[in-house]
Design a protein around this ligand. Structure first.
Ligand code: PLP
Length: 485
């Protein structure tokens, strides 16, 4: 602890009205801080004269407290260099068995922890979901951030409750209308700290404890965690070649929310057909429920134009549209947006400000400028071309190594491919084994939310250097050979 903090620690705790003498209080407060390891062994205490003046106490008061602590062995004094916390307690603590951590979670917490297994590797071949950050225009982005931080008006330093900086909401509304055919005005846009938060907020506002969320199976475990955290029950609904198939939902199941990734189903890559989209919109009317459309990577289609959003098709206001900057910019930016029906705008805005607080307007302003000045569109175009080439390279090298024995998902889109494995291969143990060789393979089976699962691998390529793809593919081929019976 820095000497200034020691002074502060004591200042707020000393009670001048107490019957306990000031020197006794000082002694007790310092002793407690040493025992609880807030003051660690070797920490220099302020000189008595300095502490007395900072706390407006008599020097003798401080001297008496220090003397007592020295006598009891809490402090050591070194001639000429001051008074220090002794090592007695550190030594004593090291001898003791550590207290057992109290890890009793709520039932909801237990369920959430069970589905929140973190992936082994977050970047490198073939960690999914990671964009190419080495080719991000870092200098330009730094410059914009500095410029917008410097010119922050005073009200950006206060609490906010606008649902995000107006300028950014306008840029997002323009972008979503133009590129995704979303029907919206800037008022319907809410800027949040990532898709995870957006999902949890939506579930909290639109569903009650125990309400059902239909989720694609296989599906996005991040959404599963967010809905569970908000107290929802998950009903997995299987995905076929047209997308989520509501006909396979349990008879009589009444969803409150249907979460889908229609532009590029996560993780299978299936694009939801128009027929299925219309069927789901109709079903939402009949069942009186909400649809959450997660459009997480629709920017990356390599053969055709991105498909128009489901939100834009809907004639009624039942769709909550979700977009994130994690893939088109970078994940640690933690910025995403919801586009909500007009009737929900006020509730979403005020609940967001209440539950999570908003701010970070300088960053939002820099992002708005990045979008308005054309850098955003340019970066997306460059990344689209890069990811197209990387996808081709991955397909090509895996085919060369493994022929047809590793079937890959079709579709010229996205940032990952899915490879299906034969039923006898345990993808979880393959993934653990691969991690020992520096290869990050996300098991497909982990994305299954129901009883049935298919082993496979989710292979991210977007953030993998072109030069690494062939060698990592060879490593993967060797590992697969070793996992054959
Ligand atoms: C389906 C899906 N939605 C959303 C996200 C992005 O989440 P966030 O904005 O919290 O980074 C991801 C990231 O992997 C994803 O796969």
């Amino acid at each position: 602890m820095h000497p200034d903090w020691i002074v502060e620690h004591l200042r707020v705790r000393i009670d001048r009205k107490s019957a306990e003498t000031l020197s006794r209080q000082l002694y007790r407060l310092l002793r407690e801080a040493i025992r609880s390891a807030q003051l660690r062994s070797g920490t220099a205490l302020p000189a008595t004269r300095q502490l007395a003046s900072a706390l407006a106490l008599g020097r003798n008061t401080v001297l008496a407290a220090y003397d007592q602590l020295l006598a009891e062995g809490y402090l050591d004094s070194k001639q000429g260099s001051g008074t220090f916390v002794s090592s007695i307690f550190e030594h004593h603590r090291a001898q003791q068995t550590p207290p057992r951590a109290h890890a009793s979670l709520s039932r909801r917490g237990e369920a959430l922890a069970a589905v929140s297994k973190l992936p082994v590797g977050l970047h490198g071949a073939f960690a999914p979901g990671m964009p190419e950050i080495r080719q991000f225009p870092h200098e330009l982005w730094q410059r914009l951030q500095q410029q917008h931080a410097r010119s922050s008006p005073p009200d950006w330093w206060h609490y906010q409750q606008e649902g995000g900086l107006r300028q950014l909401r306008e840029a997002i509304a323009d972008y979503a209308q133009l590129s995704r055919s979303v029907r919206c005005g800037a008022d319907q846009v809410l800027v949040l700290q990532g898709a995870q938060q957006a999902m949890e907020l939506t579930a909290r506002l639109l569903a009650d404890q125990g309400d059902t969320a239909w989720m694609e199976d296989p599906g996005y475990s991040g959404a599963q965690a967010a809905f569970m955290a908000a107290g929802m029950d998950i009903t997995p609904v299987s995905v076929d070649e047209q997308g989520l198939n509501p006909q396979t939902a349990p008879a009589g199941s009444q969803p409150r929310l249907i979460y889908i990734t229609p532009s590029h189903q996560y993780p299978s890559g299936v694009v939801m057909t128009l027929e299925r989209r219309l069927q789901l919109l109709q079903l939402a009317e009949e069942k009186d429920c909400w649809i959450m459309e997660d459009d997480y990577d629709s920017e990356f289609r390599y053969d055709t134009q991105p498909l128009a959003s489901l939100q834009g098709l809907a004639s009624s206001e039942r769709v909550i549209y979700l977009g994130t900057f994690s893939k088109v910019m970078y994940p640690a930016l933690r910025l995403a947006y919801l586009i909500v029906p007009e009737a929900l705008v006020d509730s979403f805005r005020s609940a967001y400000a209440r539950l999570y607080r908003e701010g970070g307007y300088a960053l939002q302003s820099a992002l708005a400028a990045f979008m308005e000045q054309g850098h955003f569109a340019r970066h997306i175009r460059r990344m689209r071309e890069l990811y197209r080439i990387r996808q081709q390279l991955l397909r090509h090298t895996l085919r060369q190594q493994l022929g047809d024995s590793l079937p890959l998902s079709s579709g010229e889109a996205g940032m990952h491919l899915v490879a299906k494995l034969p039923a006898h291969i345990d993808d979880d143990s393959l993934s653990r084994h691969a991690a020992e060789h520096g290869l990050w393979l996300r098991p497909l089976s982990r994305h299954y939310l129901g009883d049935h699962s298919q082993p496979g691998l989710v292979l991210g390529y977007a953030g993998v250097d072109d030069a690494d793809i062939p060698e990592s593919s060879r490593k993967l081929a060797r590992l697969l050979e070793r996992h054959q019976p």
